[in-house]
Design a protein around this ligand. Structure first.
Ligand code: ZN
Length: 305
């Protein structure tokens, strides 16, 4: 199978037809979905690193200095993620879910923007940045509470880092800033004194098996796979394309650049995912000329500080 290459409007019609013809979709989303929300992509359209890879898991666990540096940078980087708001693509997917067309959204993003747009059937493959976990007792904290502690304990750093962060933040909330973090104070678990880590899968760390299986079961129940805004360069996402092929499920993708699964796709739409998904969602949202997308159902309880 190879992806059909069509002019833009034909491609969008083909995408709408693809969705219409299949009952329920497993939607796999990536960083391209969050760009319009102001969260930059790690990789460019060819799948190469745009900048230095973030801290690795082994380094974070083994080194207090690496943890000080991570939390110091993320003191600034998190603000950008916390301030991000869902974009058209998030609202469109939430609308498709309300229309009964989505079995699950499996996301590689850690920004929880799908939930904040109103999606409920979400598997956060790589975790959520708005939560913090203890590596000893498994307890969980709100990132907003940890952020308050970090800020009040490290007032001297905040201004310096904020200025440096004007140069940009990373999608995992780890800002691209450097400083001397040797005196940066990092909180431990209030329950057991263990090491605290953002509840996201770091590079060099495996996605928890139960989470992968939950996503694969959703794929089994789904009628087709739709990839949105991902180059699929990370295996944790690409594996769902391999699984879909093994299950004989049709596959489509909307992405601005190439994807690792281009050869497996039945339909490839090279387009901005916000505009493309808004078009598709509109087709399931009442008569032509009616409201295009439901008003966003913003969940205030998930709103970060
Ligand atoms: Zn603990």
């Amino acid at each position: 199978m190879s992806a059909a290459l069509l002019p833009a409007t034909d491609a969008l019609d083909a995408l709408a037809a693809f969705v219409r013809a299949r009952g329920r979709l497993l939607v796999l989303t990536g960083a391209g979905c969050s760009v319009a929300s102001g969260i930059p992509e790690y990789r460019d359209h060819e799948g190469a690193w745009k900048s230095r890879p973030p801290v690795r898991y082994a380094e974070f666990v083994a080194s207090a200095a690496a943890r000080r540096r991570y939390w110091g940078r993320s003191l600034v980087g998190w603000e950008r993620v916390a301030a991000a708001r869902p974009a058209r693509v998030h609202h469109a997917l939430a609308a498709l879910e309300r229309a009964g067309r989505i079995e699950a959204v499996v996301t590689q993003n850690v920004d929880a923007l799908h939930q904040r747009a109103g999606s409920r059937r979400v598997v956060d493959l790589h975790g959520r940045l708005d939560r913090v976990e203890c590596l000893e007792c498994g307890g969980e904290l709100d990132r907003a509470d940890v952020q308050e502690l970090l800020r009040s304990w490290n007032r001297g750093f905040a201004a310096e880092l904020a200025a440096a962060a004007a140069r940009g933040a990373r999608p995992d909330g780890d800002a691209a800033v450097e400083a001397d973090f040797s005196t940066f104070r990092v909180p431990d678990c209030p329950a057991c004194g263990g090491i605290l880590k953002p509840a996201v899968v770091f590079f060099g760390e495996n996605v928890p098996r139960a989470r992968v299986e939950r996503a694969l079961r959703a794929l089994e129940r789904a009628d087709a796979l739709l990839v949105v805004g991902s180059s699929l360069m990370v295996f944790s996402g690409y594996r769902f394309c391999l699984a879909a092929r093994a299950m004989g499920k049709p596959m489509a993708a909307v992405n601005l650049g190439r994807t690792r699964a281009d050869d497996l796709l039945d339909l490839k739409v090279v387009a901005d995912c916000g505009g493309a998904l808004a078009e598709v969602a509109a087709a399931f949202d009442g008569p032509r000329g009616g409201p295009r997308i439901h008003a966003p159902a913003f969940d205030a309880s998930r709103r970060p500080e």
